[in-house]
Structure formats: C-alpha cells, structure tokens
Design a protein around this ligand. Structure first.
Ligand SMILES: [Ca+2]
Ligand SMILES: [Ca+2]
Ligand SMILES: [Ca+2]
Length: 444
C-alpha cells in the first residue's frame, strides 16, 4: 500500500512520508515505556503467546513486557532490582535472548540467564494461591515457550509470585491506634505495612529532628513488621524502616514527644479464685477458672495480661476479658500472680493470690501473708502481720506452726492464731519477711 502511494505521489509528498516513519517508530517506543518504565520490567517475551523469552534488557528488544507495576498495581521502589539474590528467581532462561524457559524450581539452565526481580518470591503452580500474582506462563516445566497472563494458549505452568513492598510507616500506641504525639516515657509502636511482607525482618532507625543541624540517630531496632520504642526524651522524632537484605526503605511522619510524664500505670486485680481458696482435686488434674478486674485510670484499654499459675506455666493474654482457665496436674499450694500492661506500655505491679489444691494424699500447707502488702510503705509505728488465710488440707488451723523470718532479729514462731496474727515494731528502712507454715505432718 505504501509502495503504491509512493509511486503516485509527487516528490514533495514523498518527503512528508519519510518524516512520518520515524515519528511512528518513536510513538511505538514511548507507548511501551509509558506502560512500564524500564526499572519495572521483569522480563520480555517475543509475543503474547507461543513466545521466546529474554532478560529485561535482552538484545531482542521484545515488545511484550512483563511489568512489575502492571501486575502488582504499584511500583517496586528498591534498587538493583534485576540482581539475583538467591530467592527472587522468576524463571530460568536458556540464554539472555531468543530463549526457552523453565520454572523457577528447575535448575537445568544453570544461573547465567535467570530472570530475577526485586524481592519477588516465585513458584510454579497450575493455579496461583490467593496471595500470589500470576506473572507469566510456560508451556511445560522446562524447555518451554512462554505466554503472557493474557495469552490465548492456555499454558498450564503458571509462574506465581509474591511482591514485597513497604507502603506505609506509622507511629501507633500499643493498641495499634495511629498517633502523632505521646508523652515522655510512653512506649510506642513503629509499624510498617506493605504487601508480601509476611515474615520479612525490618530494621527500624529512630531519628530526632534537629532544626538547622543533622538529625540525630536515637535508636536502632528490628522486628517483623513492627517494633516498640520507649519515648525517653522530648522532641520531634521520625523513623526509617528498611526490609533486611533489600534496598526498600520508607520514612514515617513525625511523633512529637512532650516533656511531661503523664501515664499512670495500670492496676492488676485478681478476682477469682479467692485468695486462700481450698480446691479439691480428687483426680490427677483439675481445671481452675481465673477472673480479673484490672484497670487503668488514664488509658482506654489494657493490651495484655500475664498470668503465672505457680506451677511453671505462664499464659500471656492479649486485649480482651483477661479471664482464663488453667489445668493443674499436681496438687498442693499454688501461688498465682497477674500483671497487666496499658496502651502506653506501662506495666502494673503484681497482684498475687495463693490457693491450695487438695489432692488425695497429704499436701503441703498454703502460706499466705495478707498483711502487710508487698512493697507497702509505713511511716513508723508497729505493723500487724496477718497469715490467717493460710491453711492445710488435713491439719486443723490451730495445729499449724507459723514461722516468720525477718531480715533482722530472731524468727517469730507460734501455733494457730497466735502464730498467724501478731504485731511487731521495726527500725526505719527496708525490711522483708518470709512465712513458712508447717502442718506437723511431714509437709511445710
Ligand atoms: Ca495508664
Ligand atoms: Ca490432700
Ligand atoms: Ca497437709
């Protein structure tokens, strides 16, 4: 058709035609690059189906481009994206251009012309798992022609890849609520979100924003998608997060830390079972229900509950009721403690109770000091010691021997109520006391 026109045209018109040809070529090239910039090209294939393949920069200049940003819906921002890391192989090629392909699990082509990209994790499948994207298809596992994901050949070996990309970096409180301010000594979370990041380790670096000078590096932390930092100085802070072994880095917004400490620690309260409860254990195990009514005066929620059941088992519950059950497989006295943490990372002091699991044999007595409380402060005067919640499975209370050992002076030893409840005077300073209860029946 062009030939016919050429012969029919005058010399002037022929010149116009010769100019039009390079314009046409230029617009074809720019069409491809507008769809996929070269840094997003995973590889090229010679046609939409029944195609040979080449590397992203293969000499064939194949027009069908397998494009990261098109497939995943966002651009890969890391550098050296075409380097092979050992985990980012997409397919193997028999040569750098005009090549047959094999699935990423196969190694018969060696490593000279592997298609690799960014932090992709790829596998072959007949259908891609839901968290994977189909990138390209092969006719067979190896020595195969290729087609694009919209190719018409219906090729059965799908190359399925997961992208990894950082999308957002935010400061949150311990409940995950995004924050831009905190008070001094609050614990905050540094959180990154992205795609395909499951299990990826992230390096976090906290910087202090210093006006008219270089920003100061404050802390280097790491974690899987998030980490925690105690805001231990006032000022404006931001963090950078980088996926380990990749060049992908993202920067957060500002967290303004005030100069005042305002967080009141939460209070742990065990409500069930009652302190000093005797629970019968007629068989080898018994399930005990634990209830709590812990609270925090200035945070809306508690983020975790740490129960120590006194038999070597500890359970940490996340936000929620904080109630739990525990199955004991040994009888005798058990000393249970609860600590809770608030949304700004402050931990309560420990609430403690003791219970006696009454097994079929003779069990050791339960020793409970219900006054004074642990770490209680007194301003002079005498102190009443109360061990009346102590008990044994067989020996009556009046026959139990109470031995109170203090940090100074001789121990106080007496039976029954006289041993469980008495008054004593101390010098100023820190003191401690240890109570031992003996059932005079081989257990204490
Ligand atoms: Ca609080
Ligand atoms: Ca018993
Ligand atoms: Ca006993």
């Amino acid at each position: 058709m062009f030939f016919l026109i050429k012969n029919m045209l005058s010399k002037n018109k022929k010149v116009v035609f010769l100019i039009a040809l390079p314009i046409l070529l230029f617009s074809m090239i720019s069409f491809v690059s507008a769809d996929c910039s070269s840094d997003q090209i995973i590889m090229r294939i010679s046609a939409a189906t029944n195609a040979h393949g080449e590397l992203w920069n293969g000499a064939g200049g194949y027009s069908t481009v397998i494009c990261y940003s098109t497939i995943f819906g966002y651009s890969y921002t890391g550098t050296n994206q075409h380097d092979c890391t050992g985990t980012n192989k997409v397919v193997g090629l028999s040569a750098s251009t005009n090549a047959h392909a094999e699935k990423p699990e196969s190694t018969s082509y060696g490593t000279t012309a592997n298609v690799c990209y960014g932090a992709l994790q790829c596998q072959s499948a007949s259908a891609c798992p839901s968290d994977y994207k189909e990138v390209v298809r092969l006719y067979s596992d190896t020595n195969a022609h290729l087609e694009s994901t919209d190719g018409t050949g219906g090729y059965s070996v799908k190359i399925c890849c997961k992208g990894t990309v950082l999308k957002t970096a935010t400061w949150t409180d311990m409940t995950g609520t995004i924050i831009t301010t905190s008070d001094l000594n609050d614990t905050v979370k540094l959180v990154v979100l992205g795609e395909g990041m499951e299990g990826s380790e992230v390096d976090f670096t906290v910087y202090k924003d210093v006006a008219f000078w270089w920003d100061t590096k404050i802390a280097t932390l790491s974690g899987i998608a998030s980490t925690m930092w105690q805001a231990n100085q006032a000022g404006n802070f931001y963090f950078k997060a980088k996926i380990v072994d990749t060049s992908q880095e993202i920067q957060s917004g500002t967290l303004a830390v005030s100069s005042s400490v305002s967080n009141t620690p939460p209070v742990a309260v065990i409500t069930k079972p009652a302190n000093g409860a005797l629970i019968n254990m007629p068989s080898a195990s018994v399930s005990v229900s634990f209830g709590q009514a812990s609270y925090d005066s200035d945070d809306t929620s508690l983020i975790n509950y740490t129960w120590d059941f006194g038999d070597g088992n500890i359970t940490i519950l996340g936000a929620g009721s904080g109630n739990t059950t525990h199955n004991y497989t040994s009888s005798g006295p058990k000393y249970i403690s609860l600590t809770v943490k608030d949304a700004r990372g402050s931990t309560s002091s420990t609430d403690e109770i003791g219970i006696l699991l009454n097994g079929t044999g003779n069990d050791a007595p339960l020793a409970i000091i219900s006054n004074p409380e642990n770490t209680q402060h007194f301003s002079g005067g005498s102190i009443w010691f109360n061990g009346t919640l102590s008990k044994d499975d067989k020996t009556p209370f009046e026959n139990l021997t109470f031995t109170w050992e203090f940090d100074t002076g001789t121990p106080y030893i007496a039976n029954g109520m006289a041993g469980a409840y008495f008054e004593k005077t101390f010098s100023a300073g820190d003191h401690y006391v240890i109570l031992t209860v003996n059932d005079n029946d081989d257990s204490s």
